[in-house]
Design a binder for this molecule. Sequence first.
Ligand code: SF4
Length: 726
Amino acid sequence: GAYARPSQQQVDSVCPYCGVGCQLTYHVSDGRIEHVEGKAGPANEERLCVKGRFGFDYAHSPDRLTMPLIRREGVAKDPVAVVHRLTPEQVRAQFREASWDEALDAAAAGFRRILASTSARGKQSPVAGFGSAKGTNEEAYLFQKLIRSAFGTHNVDHCTRLCHASSVAALMEGLGSGVVSNPLRDVAKAEIVIVIGANPAQNHPVGASWIKNAIRQGTKLVLADPRRTELARHAWRYLGFRSGTDVALLNAMLHTIIAEGLANTAYIDAHTTDFELLKAHVADFSPEAMAPVCGIDADTIREVARAYATSRASMILWGMGVSQHTHGTDNARSLIALAMVTGQIGRPGTGLHPLRGQNNVQGASDAGLIPMVLPDYHRVSEPDARHKAEALWGLPPGSLGEEPGLTVVEIINAAHDGQIRAMLIQGENPAMSDPDATHAREALARLDHLVVQDIFLTETASLADVILPATAWPEKTGSVTNTDRCVQLGRKAVPSPGESRADAWITEQLARRLGLPWRYDVAPDGSATAGAACGIGAVFEEMRQLMPSIAGLSWARLQREAAVIYPVADETDPGHPVVFTDGYPTPTGRARLVPAALRPPAEEPDADYPLVLITGRQLEHWHTGSMTRRSDVLGAIEPAPVVSLHPQTAERLGLGGGDAARVRSRRGQVALTVRLDEGTPANTAFIPFAYAEAAANLLTNPALDPFGKIAELKYCAVTVEPVRAG
Ligand code: SF4
């Protein structure tokens, strides 16, 4: 087998999948990855999950894009015909191969033409860009710089909007910073760990292994989730609350802590504001009043609240179950308030940890791939931040606007309405990942000019005018930042196929064609020199000038140490795994307590659509499936789309395990196979969103959280019925 073959080369890098950020070693022979081993990185200590260990062969898939493609004259874009894999004949019918010069010229000319047709700029610009949380920090930085500099707009965003945008909105508002306070492995130092709205056993598996290890050493786990997921077996208390009632449960805990005198008044006095507001607000949320709302009995709510408040060290980890709601920001406000009123923050084993999904969603956000902030979260409304960026980027003063740009779903809506007419998309797949996918695909198809950089002809790329073939993760060198704020180095291990080129190179070439004087001279093959005179190192050094958080992390130091946790002030600073040890980066230096309202989901079940739909991920498949569904091992374990139903719900609907079912919402329908699952709540359907042939997002509701602008991907109303043969 592959393990017995000695590899010619071993290259240390980082896993391309989740935010845990496991370090790994690629074993390479003849330019191909033979196998992968876990390396002793700070987040994983040689551990890997099934994705990290076996999900590498997508890079060698015959589906890889190897030549630039241009849509053939007169071939219409069909948003209804979007499929997971176009056949080679379908590709040839729609696109023709082009040289890089021709494709880059066509890409740039399209943007120039559309910009010339209107004087609208800023939020009203006809152009927008989606960058990627799967590229490197340098790629994210260059992408936002290109959109802002060349197109005069902050209409640049990425999938953080569909991930933790509401968590970050609440953290920025309350604490003045969106980062995690403590690393994931601090669970070993905690007495109580609350995991809410997250399924780390599937989505952060090595993280889950650290939680299980901590439990063995005496840590008590409280798992709060409507779905009884695998970690429930290890939990001290499992709170299977009713979907969408997070605020009821959390405010009842806050009520208990304050009413029973368990609040940490010394911490509240020293480090917070607006406690009296919060206290008055949660007075109405007694456990007795909230038990019927959230479905957890009052005694259990009190027991968990007391344990959290009085333990030596308590930590909260959360995921998309908290954030992907129209009240996602309120959910996160309640979690922040729990940590603040108990002072369970600022020490090892305490704090707040929103588990980042993608391998570089933290880094892409840090690098400014967000419409309301420049690198390091300096708001575009801050004149000093704008002036500093303009000076560094060689832009005339006043070039950068003070009004934030549009967010992901707003950009898609503006494309549907005809305001946005051209888009540059780097490695994202909104035709699969955005809510109400039919609407999103129509919007993409309506664009006059869509340029997509990707490694595969994704569902989104199939609607493009120009497709630029990019390098995959193991084919390039660059930095990446995990959920712990740890900046790590991904290293090029294998050559990229055909004419594919590094995303950073593509961005630089586009910038030059759009009149920007960029001279990084990024290498087309994804390689980077150890020096920072040019290439990726030069990009990193420039980025550092706008980012005080990594001021002390030079490109040379990153080469030497390969993993450094920011903030890092200077070259001698070892980095800080725990932050908020003595106050907060807010104007007052204090955290603000913000009461959270109890609001229902945007669309509730009714007679026509009586079930709740929860969407999410699976252990084996990653997000929209473009990579993992092209991995042999992962595809073999989970080959086809399923809908999970509780056995009693399935029986009531006339369905058994393995039966074909149709799931419908007000927005669309999909057909898939029933999987019986005792952990799925009654009258609820769970569908992973990785499968184009039954895309869960054809069903989801695009209603947005008013603060984070995140869609309610965790709750909408559906009906499930058997598909009758014939
Ligand atoms: Fe990769 Fe995450 Fe699995 Fe680690 S836990 S191997 S980072 S997918």
